[in-house]
Every structure is written in structure tokens, then in C-alpha cells.
Design a protein around this ligand. Structure first.
Ligand code: IPE
Ligand code: IPE
Ligand code: MG
Length: 248
């Protein structure tokens, strides 16, 4: 039996975020270059997107490249950017077939021109799709995003468009890259690392965290189902007592 059958569709997380980690170690197992791991991670991206869309998850955010990843050897960065362009180009028909809208968060203007153009083209070509938003975090880091948002708010204050006393949580959220998206309720990280690595720090304030030892290229639909089942077995208290939650 698939774990899918045990999932309560009425209590799905609306937004799932995944830190796709472990590609390099996966390749190393086979004595291959790190890029071989990235190439094999594409299948896992497809499986995660398809299974999330089939279930009815509304937003899936995938951490594909962090601000800090620019510090990797140039050869790896170049290969990753090339893989990004090739994959996006190839996947657009499937995204359209599955009614999935592509979006991106991060400093995407810092991507090589070709990658930036392809990405925008794919975003444009899938913009009318309705079933799920696949949100790629590219050249993204939370501290970059927060710094950018604070600058933007400060500029508006300077121009008199915002009064400092009117700065509230909703206003801050609306200046983040994820404006118009609900906060992720479930954050998954693969590869057995227990850290957040500068991902969605504001947005995951109350997310349930799920860690698996699986390396990203080995991640399959059943792994997503397992994470969702784990999520559904937790009691989300948001600061209240268990009794308050049970008697609500
Ligand atoms: C995740 O896998 C993909 C990116 C960060 C781009 P890694 O490349 O970090 O693989 P490991 O963690 O070194 O095994
Ligand atoms: C986090 O993975 C970034 C992505 C998955 C894109 P890293 O492999 O870069 O994170 P650290 O360096 O282990 O924290
Ligand atoms: Mg890693």
C-alpha cells in the first residue's frame, strides 16, 4: 500500500518547502563528480513536484541555489547554471501538462543572462497554470531577502509613504519575496543535516521541520508522502496548551 492512501487530504499543508541537499555526497558514492549528483537530482524535483500537485498542495518551494553557493568552485557553479537552463527549458511542457505555475524567489538578476532569460520565459509560459505554484529559490538567502525588504521599507518611510508606527508583521511579509504566498507549514531537509542554511527564516516561524537521511537524488514520491504523514501526526500548538487545542 502507498503511504499516499493514509494522507488526510483535508489537512494537507498548503505550502511545503524543501532544502534539497546531498547531491554531492550522492555522486561521491559512485566515484563521480558532484555535477553528476545535481543532474540526478532533477528526477527528484520532478517526483516532488508531481506528487505535491497530485495531492493538492498549493505551493512547493525548492531551495535550488543559495546566495552562499556562489562561493563554490566556478566549475560547479557554471555547471549548475547550465543544468538550470537545460532543465527549465525541457520541463515547461510537463509543467503546462500538470497545470503547474513556475515562480522564483531570490536575487535572480544575479544569474547569468542566459539562465535569467530562460527562467523568465518559463515563468511567462506557465503563468496561467492554476493547480500548484512551483517556487524555485535561486540565488536566495533569507538574510539577503530581509536586508532588501528593510531597505525598501526604509525608502518608503523616507518618502513619507509609510509611517514607522505602521510597520507591522503583515507589512514586513508583503515586502518579502514570498509576498502573496502563505508561510510554509512543512519544511523538509534531506541528507541528514540539521540546519536551515539561511532559508526562509521569517516564513518558517511556525513551520513543522522534517529531516530525512535520504540524499536528494534518492528522494521519491513515497518520501514526500511520509513527510506529510509525519506532519499530520503532530500537534501544532502555536504557543497554546495542548488542552486548548484539543477542546477548540
Ligand atoms: C544540494 O546538494 C544542491 C545544492 C546546494 C546546489 P549539495 O551540492 O549541497 O550536496 P552535498 O551536500 O555536498 O552532498
Ligand atoms: C543549502 O544547501 C542550499 C541548497 C540546498 C540550495 P548547502 O549544501 O549549500 O548548505 P550547507 O552549506 O550544508 O549549510
Ligand atoms: Mg549540501
Amino acid at each position: 500500500m502507498s503511504k499516499k492512501d493514509l494522507i488526510d487530504i483535508k489537512r494537507l499543508p498548503k505550502h511545503i518547502a524543501i532544502i534539497m541537499d546531498g547531491n554531492g555526497r550522492w555522486a561521491k558514492q559512485f566515484g563521480k563528480m558532484r555535477i553528476f549528483g545535481h543532474q540526478n537530482g532533477v528526477k527528484a524535483v520532478r517526483e516532488a513536484s508531481e506528487s505535491a500537485a497530485e495531492l493538492g498542495v498549493e505551493f512547493l518551494t525548492l531551495y535550488a541555489f543559495s546566495t552562499e553557493n556562489w562561493n563554490r568552485p566556478k566549475k560547479e557553479v557554471d555547471a549548475l547554471m547550465k543544468l538550470l537552463v537545460e532543465t527549465i527549458d525541457k520541463e515547461v511542457p510537463t509543467l503546462n501538462k500538470n497545470d503547474i505555475k513556475l515562480q522564483a524567489i531570490g536575487n535572480i538578476k544575479s544569474l547569468p543572462e542566459n539562465s535569467y532569460k530562460q527562467l523568465n520565459k518559463a515563468i511567462e509560459e506557465t503563468k496561467n497554470n492554476k493547480r500548484m505554484t512551483l517556487n524555485l529559490a535561486l540565488s536566495y538567502s533569507s538574510r539577503w531577502e530581509l536586508t532588501d525588504a528593510i531597505q525598501e521599507i526604509a525608502m518608503k518611510v523616507k518618502k513619507g509613504e509609510i509611517q514607522p508606527e505602521n510597520i507591522n508583521q503583515d507589512l514586513i511579509s508583503s515586502h518579502l519575496e514570498t509576498a502573496n504566498m502563505p508561510d510554509p507549514e512543512l519544511l523538509i531537509r534531506t541528507s541528514g543535516e540539521y540546519r536551515i542554511s539561511n532559508f526562509l527564516l521569517w516564513q518558517i516561524a511556525y513551520a513543522e521541520l522534517y529531516f530525512t537521511d535520504k540524499l536528494w537524488p534518492d528522494f521519491r514520491k513515497e518520501d514526500l508522502y511520509e513527510a506529510i504523514l509525519d506532519f499530520q501526526n503532530r500537534e501544532r500548538r502555536f504557543g497554546k496548551t495542548s488542552e486548548q487545542i484539543l477542546n477548540a
